[in-house]
Design a protein. Structure first.
Length: 321
């Protein structure tokens, strides 16, 4: 009987307090699934605490734990990509280390892939305890706007926590852009996805590193990575302003030449200048976002740099054989 393998890709940033507990709690679920062979791939995203040392200790204690440690903080998107690059299992799970992504869903995910014919079983959040109404409203606005502006559709509350087939993971790895937005990439590659929802709770150990400013930048990344609608918006706005200005000029000329009405004074001029200045600055800002992305991609820099990894130990052993 062939035992199917499952890799768990776990991005970690300042998870010193909770990482060991995450492994222990996840192992309890793994023990209930003896027909599958699980392996952890822990990715230290340049943590400032002792996350790397905890990883090394766990790897020495458990044979199925592998780790990658970056030379600095490259971001969660880079950490997920690095983990996916090192997978070789039949199924791959992407999840966080704070236990807000419950390992108890593994069985349901496996059933979706093996018995229901799906290529991916992904999760979405129903509600979250203690979340502010403003943050919840901002999240709804992001998903609604993103779905309207791009061809990539994501249900409200979509999360990175998911289990995928080998074929889907290999397809994701073909998209090697530096400016990554994994939620969009997961949807863009296609494949049949089953969505399951669950209620998230606040993390028990450690503190979250996601602030509202980080979430706002993340939302901007999500929209600009998969849509050129903002660029089209600036073109439409420019056309509308041009037509309004042309009509206004014609009306002013008619009033002056035929009725002798003097043109408006400083207030009208000032309002027009401020309005046009605001539109111009906004347009330059939108163009700058896209040009900046082109600039970063053109550098062809690596998505991440590895400082330590026990995958290298495996490679060294293979060379010595």
């Amino acid at each position: 009987m062939n035992v199917k393998t499952i890799d768990l890709v776990v991005p970690c940033y300042n998870e010193e307090e909770g990482l060991a507990n995450f492994v222990l709690e996840t192992n309890k679920v793994i023990d209930t699934l003896p027909a599958y062979s699980f392996r952890y791939i822990l990715v230290n995203d340049g943590s400032r605490d002792k996350t790397y040392l905890v990883m090394k200790k766990l790897a020495a204690e458990f044979d199925n734990i592998k780790y990658i440690s970056f030379s600095r903080n490259f971001g969660k998107e880079a950490a997920m990509y690095a983990g996916l690059q090192h997978t070789s299992a039949d199924y791959v799970v992407v999840m966080d280390a704070d236990l807000q992504h419950p390992p108890a869903l593994f069985g349901q995910m496996i059933d979706a892939l093996e018995n229901e014919g799906f290529d991916c079983c992904a999760t979405k959040r129903d509600e979250r305890e203690g979340e502010s109404k403003f943050r919840g409203l901002f999240s709804k606005m992001f998903f609604g706007l993103s779905n309207k502006l791009s061809d990539v559709k994501m249900p409200y509350g979509a999360m990175d926590y998911r289990m995928m087939t080998r074929q889907m993971v290999d397809s994701i790895l073909e998209l090697s852009e530096v400016q990554r937005f994994s939620k969009g990439i997961f949807s863009w590659v296609g494949f049949n996805t089953k969505w399951i929802s669950f209620k998230t709770v606040d993390r028990q150990l450690g503190t979250t590193t996601w602030k509202f400013s980080s979430l706002f930048r993340y939302a901007i990344d999500g929209i600009t990575c998969f849509s050129v609608a903002p660029l089209r918006f600036t073109a439409v706005m420019g056309s509308i302003i041009f037509l309004i200005s042309l009509i206004y000029i014609i009306i002013t000329l008619i009033q002056t030449l035929f009725f002798g009405i003097t043109t408006p004074g400083y207030v009208t001029t000032l309002c027009a200048i401020l309005f046009m200045g605001g539109i111009t600055e906004m347009s330059i800002g939108i163009l700058g976002e896209y040009i900046g992305r082109i600039y970063m991609e053109s550098k062809d820099r690596p998505i991440y740099i590895t400082k330590f990894s026990n995958f290298e130990d495996e490679h060294n052993e293979e060379r010595n054989l």
